[in-house]
Design a binder for this molecule. Structure first.
Ligand code: DGL
Length: 349
């Protein structure tokens, strides 16, 4: 073949066929080494989504591949945008299972979206850690989910993570983040000059974020900051193994003197406490209004999703529950997934 014919041929070679070839090689290689290695890709995604995962991995492989070196092409990128219908889920994130009631409300109100829940089991609990440790944990684990799922929106369904990491997350990623912070504003609105208790982790209670919320929205109220870290552990570790009567007794004991402090309203400033809402209500007594932020967070999520258009390309997928950390994963996480109607997908790799 003449040199001119060779160059003419090369210049008209469709880019996609080069990409397709590269993709096939990588796809086959990955299939051989085993897509089943990632259990979650099988359970929670349609085939096309699994392929998308493979191809986004293939982008990494291609970066090192001689194909790229020789041809100077960015096949990985082209493949991702040209061949794959991307489904962008909404990710809910918490240190553990506390964010599930938030996801539950979102699933009741929002249709046509795929939801992924991630419990940061690897770094649990957040509430007793230093801010820098929490920030590192959130950036690592939520960062993994963001790279893996490319979400349309993220709900940081954890007060402690939100007060510590929201600003950093917004700086780093061009994704809408919906934070979950103690519902001081709505609680104070109904008792402008009353006594208000904020029940939360030590870290949330000590944070300036909460101080600002109180200064801005509950100026006229007397605010009692009440840490309840033991209840976080009760919910995360022993929710299924503790009887209703035991839960009631533990909650009552942990509330201690707060029960006699004549508070008008108690803000559930830790997402885990929502799973003990009934016990908290009954221990505090009928006169105390129990307030949480689910309603406001869900409304905000709906606003964000309306701005972003529909998530139709996710149609038919199952909402999934992942955890971080190492195997073996404790059985209770599968039970939590079942309780909230989610597919248990194991460890997020
Ligand atoms: N669920 C988290 C919150 O809303 C905290 C639990 C933990 O300490 O990890 O603050």
């Amino acid at each position: 073949m003449s040199i001119w014919k060779y160059f003419a041929l090369r210049s008209v070679l469709p880019v996609k066929s080069i990409c397709g070839f590269a993709g096939t090689v990588v796809f086959t290689a990955r299939a051989l080494i085993g897509i089943a290695g990632n259990q979650s890709a099988n359970q929670c995604m349609k085939k096309s989504e699994a392929i998308s995962v493979i191809f986004s991995n293939s982008a990494n492989l291609l970066r090192k591949s001689p194909l790229k070196k020789n041809r100077g092409i960015k096949q990985g990128r082209i493949l991702k945008t040209s061949l794959i219908m991307e489904c962008k889920p909404v990710v809910f994130f918490d240190s553990g299972i506390g964010g599930l009631p938030y996801l539950e409300m979102a699933r009741q109100r929002v249709t046509g979206e795929l939801f992924i829940y991630l419990a940061d089991r690897k770094h649990f609990p957040y509430g007793v850690k230093r801010p820098s440790e929490i920030l590192t944990g959130v950036m690592e684990s939520l960062g993994l989910a963001i790279r893996r799922f490319d979400p349309r929106a993220v709900v940081v369904a954890c007060n402690t993570a939100s007060v510590i990491a929201l600003a950093e997350l917004r700086k780093k990623y061009d994704i809408p983040f919906i934070g979950v912070v103690p519902a001081v504003k709505p609680a104070a609105r109904s008792i402008p000059a009353g006594r208000l208790a904020v029940l939360a982790t030590e870290r949330t209670l000590a944070d300036n974020y909460l101080a600002d919320l109180i200064r801005n929205f509950a100026e006229g109220c007397e605010v009692i900051r009440y840490p309840l870290g033991k209840l976080v552990d009760l919910v995360e570790y022993d929710y299924f193994s503790t009887s209703a009567a035991e839960k009631k007794a533990i909650v009552s004991r942990e509330l201690g003197n707060l029960k006699n402090s004549a508070v008008s309203s108690a803000v559930l400033g830790c997402t885990h406490f929502i799973l003990l809402e009934e016990e908290l209500k009954s221990a505090m007594g009928g006169g105390v209004e129990i307030v949480d932020s689910r309603e406001g967070v869900t409304r905000q999520l709906i606003r964000v999703l309306e701005d972003k258009g529909s998530g139709e390309e996710c149609h038919g997928r199952r909402d999934c529950f992942y955890v971080t950390g190492e195997p073996p994963v404790e059985e209770r996480y599968r039970k939590f997934a079942g309780k909230y109607g989610l597919e248990f997908a194991g460890i997020l790799l």
